[in-house]
Design a protein. Sequence first.
Length: 298
Amino acid sequence: MLRDPSRPSPFLYFLSATHPVHFARFSPIDPSLFFYFDQKMPSEVPTVAFQRLKKDYQRLLKEPVPYMKAAPLESNILEWRYIIIGAPKTPYEGGIYHGKLLFPKDFPFKPPAILMLTPSGRFQVNTRLCLSISDYHPDTWNPAWTVSTIITGLMSFMNDNQPTLGSLNSSESERRLLAKKSKAFNIKDKVFCTMFPEEAQEIRDDIQKMNQEELDSIKDEETAIRNRRRGDASRGVPRLSALLSNMMMIAGVALLANQQVFTDNIPHLLLFSCHHPLFLKSLCDFQFHVPESIISFH
């Protein structure tokens, strides 16, 4: 089905003899047709960065990368938006993940900042990610890496569970649930809808087709995950209490090994033993001399 040509399509920066910079939008009916409007290149964007990003975008149009799309903002070529389509047989299957790349003015000699905007369970939202291809590691950056290289690397890391700054360790069931909710989340983002109109329209169509049974299924999954979290939290309290008790028992044994140290700390031990019966029993079973000063104190 043909898309409405009045809808914004991905745009392309290019140079011409009469205008320093143009943005071109491709016609969804005939790719050879363009909708032009003038836009001067911002003076603060160096020519090297501009030319390189323009070239990267042209390459993405000619050689699309599976499961991803990316394009620069109309108002700022240094800020790009990308989407990652959840690959089959992964916890992200069926999800669409929207993010942004913030390129420095001295790109490609320095790497961009990478952020994810859609909740995925893998990355924190709107947080710079610490990756070997991001601005956290300029020492490992290779100027030959393109935008497609960057997002391909991000997809690879997304399917891994290696921890890093900005990552999350959500369960697989949580990630699958977030994949189902990702479309409804993205459709609320105006930039997403403008930059990726085809995906936005598909999401609208999918939401309209969803029946009550599917909506109830998502709610049931959310409830199950919340209950599981509560159960894990409640089980963690007794374990923590037992761990503290064991640590105090070990500390008590260490004190008992030196009677002088032990007698010097009797007031503190008696106070602590009021809250730990097992430790109090250890005190009662141990034969020690209580100084008269302590007896008169109590």
